[in-house]
Design a protein around this ligand. Structure first.
Ligand code: TXA
Ligand code: MG
Length: 338
């Protein structure tokens, strides 16, 4: 694998960038590209060395599987050996779009894509730049989110350049991602759909197609790194707290080196640190969530306080990301703020 030290090349999405990216992918290099969820770090899924370079770039453990991105649902036959009827229904309803299906792997699918498991993750993204790239490349593109393992996923080309610039040959800039959080992942326990990761497609939308809610994962479910307790995490310790605790915390601490991602609570007079008020509906909140976490992480604060989102179903994916980003196991010990 070639190393690409120095500032990575970023090209605006378009025919030139697509053609350049295809040449690079065919040569075994890594290309970051936009999807409607987050930016992906792509490699030719049939080239084990190129996929290996993804793991090196991310610092990701080798046994974590990678999603294979395809241009069209009709391409899945080359990658999986069977498609449960309900998986077909989900694919018909949500592809192209922010849904990943975990299906039994076909013969010849590299172990490095599956983490040695018997299944492979497949997704048909909707973003026009991803679609153009996949059609022009003509094969599967393996791509995890383009961030260092366990860190905040990128939702702009600039985020990718900051985090992984050295490792990628080209970043295709397709602007900010529409959803801003990762795809919903559904696996199958026999014929039964299992929700491995909430995401861009809501549980209500899945339920409407499936005729019943997908099952929650149990111990036998396949491994998903996005389901590790600590993930999507800023470096600064972060806490998820309700509105009242937030109001009290900023008052009693005299704001000492705290930064805040609030929803309903207004910035108190005299608070001089970064205070972001994110919008009130889950879709819009998700769009900028990772960009906000990056801004707060850069503020050199002692603590990031995040106002908890509502308990409603529409906030499930956002709540999931915030709980992992604020999991105490990952952070340095800090004074109790309650
Ligand atoms: O929205 C997304 O899904 C983005 C864009 C780039 O497509 N991709 C993404 O990839 O979030 P990644 O690798 O950051 O997260 C995908 C998750 C990982 O937790 C991985 O373990 C899981 O999908 N996964 C992939 N293949 C799997 C498999 N065969 N079985 C179980 N989990 C799998
Ligand atoms: Mg990821």
């Amino acid at each position: 694998m070639k190393e690409h030290r120095g500032r990575p090349l970023t090209e605006r999405a378009g025919e030139r960038a697509t053609a350049h990216a295809v040449r690079l992918l065919r040569a075994g290099a890594l290309v970051a590209f936009p999807t409607e969820t987050v930016y992906g770090l792509g490699a030719d899924a049939r080239n084990a060395d190129a996929v290996h370079a993804i793991f090196e770039a991310k610092g990701r453990p080798a046994d974590h599987p990678v999603i294979v991105h395809l241009a069209d649902a009709s391409d899945i036959g080359a990658w999986c050996s069977a498609v449960p009827p309900l998986a077909r229904k989900l694919a018909a309803a949500f592809w192209p779009g922010p849904l990943t299906l975990i299906l039994p792997r076909a013969q010849g699918v590299h172990d490095i894509l599956t983490g040695g498991q018997s299944s492979v993750g497949l997704r048909v993204p909707a973003h026009p730049a991803a679609q153009a790239l996949l059609h022009a490349f003509g094969g599967g593109i393996a791509a995890p989110s383009a961030n260092p393992f366990g860190r905040i996923s990128p939702t702009t080309a600039g985020h990718v350049a900051e985090d992984l610039g050295d490792a990628v040959a080209l970043i295709i800039d397709g602007g900010p991602c529409k959803f801003g959080i990762e795809s919903t992942i559904v696996a199958f326990d026999g014929e039964t759909p299992v929700l491995l990761r909430p995401g861009g497609i809501s549980v209500d939308a899945l339920t409407a197609i499936l005729g019943r809610a997908p099952k929650a994962p149990d111990a036998r479910a396949p491994r998903t790194s996005g389901t590790l307790t600590s993930h999507y995490a800023p470096r600064t310790p972060a806490r998820l707290i309700d509105a009242t605790t937030l109001r009290n915390s900023v008052e009693t601490s005299r704001f000492a080196r705290m930064v805040v991602l609030a929803r309903s609570v207004a910035r108190p007079p005299g608070f001089s640190g970064t205070w972001i008020n994110a919008p009130g509906d889950a879709m819009t909140y998700a769009q900028d969530l990772y960009a906000h976490l990056r801004t707060l992480d850069r503020a050199d604060a002692r603590l990031i306080l995040i106002e908890a989102p509502p308990e409603e179903a529409s906030w499930l994916a956002v709540r999931d990301r915030l709980e992992r980003a604020t999991h105490p196991g990952r952070a340095d010990p800090v004074d109790d703020i309650d």
